[in-house]
Design a binder for this molecule. Sequence first.
Ligand SMILES: Cc1cc2nc3c(=O)[nH]c(=O)nc-3n(C[C@H](O)[C@H](O)[C@H](O)COP(=O)(O)OP(=O)(O)OC[C@H]3O[C@@H](n4cnc5c(N)ncnc54)[C@H](O)[C@@H]3O)c2cc1C
Length: 227
Amino acid sequence: MPAALASGAEKLAARYAAVVVRNHRVSEHFVLLHCQGDRARHAPGDNISVRVGDRDVRHYTVLTAEPGRFGVLVDLAPDGPGARWARDVRPGTRVVTPPSGRPLRARPGRRHLVLGDGTALATVRAVTADVAAAGATAVSAVEAPAADHDAIAGLAPDVHLVPSAAAPGVALEDHLPGLLDAPFDHVYLVGHAQSVQRLRTSIRAATGMNRRSIHTRIHWADGRRGL
Ligand SMILES: Cc1cc2nc3c(=O)[nH]c(=O)nc-3n(C[C@H](O)[C@H](O)[C@H](O)COP(=O)(O)OP(=O)(O)OC[C@H]3O[C@@H](n4cnc5c(N)ncnc54)[C@H](O)[C@@H]3O)c2cc1C
């Protein structure tokens, strides 16, 4: 590797180095990784990238953060290299978790609808908290298997959990009419690409909302690896 690149990689590694201090299997489909790093300065809702194998890098979202510590909730549903790494990573493992892209943040407005799947719990929680901090109202829901609800409810107390159905996104779509009882200034849709697309179409059809008021963040897509 050229010297300049090597020194860049070393700086990145030094700046974002952390150690997994606890691997907490909170439920059948979720693991909460607690990490510590002297220089860790992530904020809730930040996106990070993690090397999960020799050839694979995956993206996750910071759920909880304080100086020198952060937590990441990983949905184990995919059973790809990322989910397997999260399931098996041992306390004491060193990781490098640089920020990855611009996180989704709440926009100014009075009423917000925030929807996502199990991969989106951290993002939904962060946007919901931003909205509350601004004195506005968020209606927030995350679709996740019913069997996991008790275990993850405490991780995002202001987020309504919707039991997932046979296919991704179907449960949230079924809940939409009840959620769209009053107008929203902004809608945030996070997670599975095809579900986000369908939800956006349904919301626009039901409300006539402007496309620019619906903010999307894709976390995974059918048949795609390592999005
Ligand atoms: C910015 C960003 C932030 C993210 N934050 C989080 C987070 O905080 N927590 C989290 O758990 N995930 C998060 N994700 C999603 C996570 O990166 C993907 O689910 C990732 O692809 C999983 O890696 P994998 O190696 O296990 O599976 P891959 O090798 O990527 O995929 C294997 C197969 O599983 C399918 N698949 C991928 N994800 C899922 C899923 N969730 N459910 C069902 N099938 C799936 C794929 O379509 C593919 O067919 C985020 C993604 C992005 C882009």
